[in-house]
Design a binder for this molecule. Structure first.
Ligand code: SAH
Length: 607
């Protein structure tokens, strides 16, 4: 069969203003022979029409509109079917395909179909509210015209419980008034009444109205068929009359860290939140490429439930130059993050193109042109007011163990740990003789005090010195333990460019694998053997290089302290100790030597 010359152009013309219709959408309307659309829309695009025949239908006659469009195209004509927003979002695109499917249409031989994307209401309304979408979001149409209410209800429930930002399309009409009330009731089961809600009517049209309110009070505002309602997630807040949902990085802090819950202008700085934006643009393709100086170990960031204080703001803006003022179509249709740690200097170029650095650069340029001091200078942001509106709960994390040498937990300790962690916290069993504890708390001292009292050893998490010892054969070979304790007191938990594990074993058997750590210390015949630069992970992992035998006991701790001090002073951010040793070639007079290794490529995390 010959392909017909007919063509279906399914055009989304965006929210309503001429500026927000795409070039291709304009062209498509102009190149069509016939334009089919809901009455009001046709009136609205009249300025773009020349010779086109126009087929107008009522709002609820979508199926007949789609059938007419297909018939005309099959008769050889170029037909533009117009939808507001995006034609594929509660628009005409799916209906047209349904009609084509019913008629046995084939891509190869049937009429050509082109779907021309437009800016959907979730995007246009979000842009007027601030940045409420930002993170995982969904759209739900509350119209039960084509979808049974029980289906819609279930979706609202699922979205609310999973903490999605929710954009409600078709929230209410003259006849359908219950759905939005029910929706509010369901969402309130999962979110605070203070959750920010944005209500935008006629985005980018003449009678545009933008309201920011709360979940508890949303029904006190005008909501109709021209409105999209955006319900924030548990981390969304209001700042300067704008609704903002954070990108979702969970903030964590650990023992002894000065990083306590941050104020908004303090967030997203690498030093405060090393897991933040800096790495994301790169890590998705490059996660763990160790050769490039990145960490092999990804870090899973979970969602953060936030406590925030709502505020209400109302803005009404008239958009000049709007060319549409319409009722949209009233139909319906059904519907752990891994990042690396901070980049190394080698990645500076990539990092300079990160979302954070671009955003900071843009702010700097705007501020410079307005003669405004920047936040760095302490004047750019009203920190006090912002802090009140933008509070994020933080996760407090640290490690616990029964001691450096002691590997046994008592039942009482286990019970205390279980009680402190509770259902809301998390206890992770690690390969390093310790548990990681994660708590949602802003009173860390209460928990840590009780754990210490019960005999636990606590240590911070992150890029710190971690000391891993053996059990000294149940403390039967304990002569070297005082040196272990001195090392622990002097270096345990100290900040370093990259996490550093020091293995300490009490006899030549080294059965706890000290020689496989970054630094290995083995006690033997009254003296210490030293091993430097193990590669602890990866397919090409290798033991540390033996650099000294028979170090006098009194010399051990100062030697290790000097080595660590050099790593702290000269190590690049995120540089593993074995790479550092290789780069500086010598530590305490011990020369680095390349060990014979099997030729095997390294692999990245998850590979
Ligand atoms: N295809 C359209 C959606 C059509 S369903 C799109 O992608 O945007 C109609 C619903 O869309 C309306 O009830 C309203 O919730 C939303 N809507 C469409 N245009 C809008 C606008 N300019 N301002 C606010 N909401 C709009």
């Amino acid at each position: 069969m010959e392909r017909t010359t007919g063509k279906l152009l399914i055009v989304g013309f965006g929210p309503g203003s001429f500026e927000h219709i795409t070039k291709r959408a304009k062209e498509a309307i102009q190149e069509s022979d016939i334009v089919i659309g809901y009455n009001t829309y046709v009136d609205l695009i009249r300025g773009l029409l020349s010779e086109q025949q126009v087929v107008r239908t009522g709002m609820t006659e979508e199926v007949s509109r789609a059938q007419e469009a297909v018939r005309q195209a099959e008769a050889g004509r170029v037909v533009a079917v117009i939808s507001s927003g995006d034609a594929g979002v509660y628009g005409m695109a799916g209906l047209v395909y349904e009609v084509l499917m019913e008629r046995g249409w084939r891509r190869e031989t049937g009429v050509a179909v082109e779907i021309i994307p437009g800016i959907s209401a979730i995007n246009s309304t979000a842009s007027l509210l601030g940045a409420p979408v930002m993170h995982d979001a969904c759209t739900i149409s509350l119209s039960d015209h084509l979808t049974p209410w029980r289906v819609i209800e279930r979706r609202v429930e699922a979205a609310a419980s999973a903490d999605f930002v929710i954009a409600l399309y078709n929230p209410r009409s003259g006849r359908r008034t219950r759905q939005i009330v029910e929706t509010q009731r369901i969402v309130l089961k999962y979110r605070s009444a203070q959750t920010p809600v944005g209500i935008v009517k006629s985005a980018y049209r003449d009678r545009q109205d933008v309201v920011i309110t709360t979940l508890g009070e949303m029904l006190e505002h005008d909501i109709g068929m021209l409105t999209t309602v955006i319900i924030g997630n548990s981390a969304t807040s209001v700042y300067e009359g704008l609704m903002i949902t954070p990108r979702g990085y969970q903030r964590k802090y650990t023992l002894g860290a000065d990083v306590q819950p941050l104020r908004p202008h303090e967030r997203l700085r690498t030093e405060a939140e090393p897991w933040a934006l800096e790495t994301v643009g790169v890590t998705e393709q490059d996660a763990g490429s160790e050769e490039a100086g990145w960490d092999e170990d990804g870090e899973t960031l979970e969602r953060l439930a936030a406590d925030r204080e709502g505020s209400e703001a109302r803005r009404t803006e008239a958009v000049s130059g709007s060319w549409l003022a319409a009722e949209p179509a009233g139909h319906n249709a059904l519907r752990r993050q891994t990042v690396g740690i901070a980049p190394s200097p080698a990645k500076a170029a990539a990092a300079s193109a990160s979302p954070l650095s671009l955003a900071l650069e843009a702010l700097r340029l705007v501020d410079a042109s307005r003669g405004v001091a920047t936040a760095e200078q302490g004047q750019g942001v009203d920190g006090g007011r912002a802090a009140a509106a933008f509070r994020q709960e933080a996760i407090f994390e640290f490690t616990v163990s029964p001691g450096l040498a002691n590997k046994k937990l008592s039942a009482g300790q286990m019970m205390l740990l279980a009680e402190i962690v509770g259902d809301a916290g998390e206890l992770e069993y690690t390969p390093h003789h310790q548990f990681i504890v994660r708590l949602r708390t802003d009173d860390p001292d209460a928990a840590t005090g009780r754990l210490r009292e019960a005999g636990f050893t606590l240590a911070p998490i992150g890029d710190v010195v971690q000391i891993k010892a053996c059990d000294f054969c149940n403390m039967e070979k304990a002569e070297s333990v005082p040196y272990l304790e001195r090392l622990g007191a002097g270096l345990g938990g100290a900040k370093v460019p990259k996490e550093l594990r020091i293995g300490f074993n009490g006899c030549g058997m080294a059965c706890y694998g000290a020689v496989n750590e970054d630094i290995g210390i083995v006690y033997r015949r009254g003296k210490f053997d030293l091993f430097l630069g193990g590669k602890t992970v990866g397919r090409n992992a290798h033991a540390a290089q033996p650099v000294a035998e028979g170090i006098e006991p009194e010399a051990l701790v100062p030697t290790i302290e000097r080595i660590v001090a050099r790593f702290r002073a000269e190590g690049h951010p995120n540089e593993r100790f074995h790479k550092f040793f290789k780069r500086v070639k010598e530590l305490e007079g011990y020369r680095q030597q390349d060990l014979p290794v099997f030729a095997i490529d390294n692999a990245v995390c998850g590979d």
